[in-house]
Design a protein around this ligand. Structure first.
Ligand SMILES: Cc1cc2nc3c(=O)[nH]c(=O)nc-3n(C[C@H](O)[C@H](O)[C@H](O)COP(=O)(O)OP(=O)(O)OC[C@H]3O[C@@H](n4cnc5c(N)ncnc54)[C@H](O)[C@@H]3O)c2cc1C
Length: 303
């Protein structure tokens, strides 16, 4: 084993990774947090549904957390991208952009997930601003505005029922290239839901604020907010390089201790959480930090 070895290397320095770092720092564990500054919510100007920070910008929350964490003398932060990672019988290694190898007794993957956006003109510019996937995060700010749910009808109808307290009129659009017949969907007596199937040409917007959806047949649909549940993939391929098993939903499989199927490797945050939110990422990150710390304590006791 190398002389210069961190107790834990954390890849991903956003909500999950920083929370784990804090728990470890408070036990004077040496921690290297590596982050390349690309969190999934970077487009959103405000974060919601996170106690004590409702309405604050995500970057300002992260800035505060980082500055508090860096007060601990055993914490090191590196702005870099990890391209390679290995788990060996007694320690882990990661390779930085410049080819430098770093060693850690434990490795924590807090790299998040990537939303797969459709190639529709204007969609990316509005993502996280007025096209969203989570009504808990950004629905309330658009209450009583014209909402459209974009997605497979079955899922969209469930979302429409959930949105009833926020919007009185909701349109469902299945972005299928085949133009099908318009149909009415009966979600409840007092909620009007129009279910149309149409091929979308582009999203009309100003600075990310949607005002209409333009279809290939020339028609358009006015909208203020679009709910668009998106498929995702795990960020990068470090989990695959390490051989971490995935769940049937495509997350990194972890046990109650946030440990993956690979020895010494842990995961936390969106990459291993079905319930996507800042508070879930903070919870699982804190748990990972505490579990790694107690494992390190047991392992050093047995040496
Ligand atoms: C548009 C949008 C808006 C949202 N709004 C809210 C909200 O208002 N309230 C709420 O509760 N939740 C919100 N969420 C969900 C919330 O943002 C996530 O649950 C949370 O950010 C997950 O934290 P995380 O640390 O797991 O991942 P992320 O925040 O995505 O951070 C992952 C970090 O890992 C880094 N990284 C990845 N791979 C590497 C690598 N190989 N090397 C170095 N660094 C790497 C990335 O740069 C990134 O900084 C929103 C999500 C989206 C997509």
């Amino acid at each position: 084993m190398k002389n210069s070895i961190y107790d834990t290397i954390i890849i991903g320095g956003s909500y999950a990774g920083l929370s784990a770092g804090l728990a470890l720092a408070r036990f004077r564990r040496s921690v290297l947090i590596i982050d390349d500054g690309n969190p999934c919510n970077k487009n959103s100007k405000e974060s919601h549904n996170f106690v004590a920070h409702d309405g604050e910008s995500s970057s300002s929350i992260i800035k505060t957390v980082k500055s508090q964490l860096l007060q601990y003398e055993t914490v090191h932060f590196l702005q870099d991208t990890v391209g390679e990672a290995r788990a060996l019988p007694n320690y882990c290694t990661v390779v930085l952009r410049n080819g430098k190898l770093v060693y850690g007794k434990k490795l924590l993957l807090a790299c998040g997930i990537q939303d797969l956006l459709p190639p529709i003109n204007g969609f990316g510019a509005c993502w996280g601003i007025s096209i969203i996937d989570c009504p808990y995060c950004h629905g309330y700010e658009f209450r009583n505005k014209k909402a459209v749910i974009l997605g497979p009808a079955k899922k969209a109808k469930k979302i429409a029922a959930l949105l009833k307290p926020l919007h009185t009129e909701i349109a469902l659009i299945e972005p299928s290239p085949a133009l099908k017949q318009e149909e009415e969907t009966n979600i409840s007596d007092d909620l009007q839901v129009n279910n149309t199937y149409n091929a979308i040409n582009s999203i009309q917007h100003k600075n990310g604020m949607v005002h209409a959806i333009l279809f290939h047949n020339g028609e358009s649909k006015p909208a203020d907010l679009i709910y668009a549940p998106r498929p995702f993939k795990l960020s990068g391929d470090l989990h695959a390089q390490l051989g971490c098993k995935e769940t049937k939903h495509g997350y990194i499989r972890v046990n109650k201790k946030q440990q993956t199927s690979v020895r010494h490797v842990y995961a936390c945050g969106d990459n291993s959480n079905l319930l996507r939110s800042i508070s879930s990422a903070v919870y699982s990150g804190t748990k990972a930090g505490m579990m790694i710390n107690s494992t390190l304590a047991v392992e050093s006791h047995h040496k």
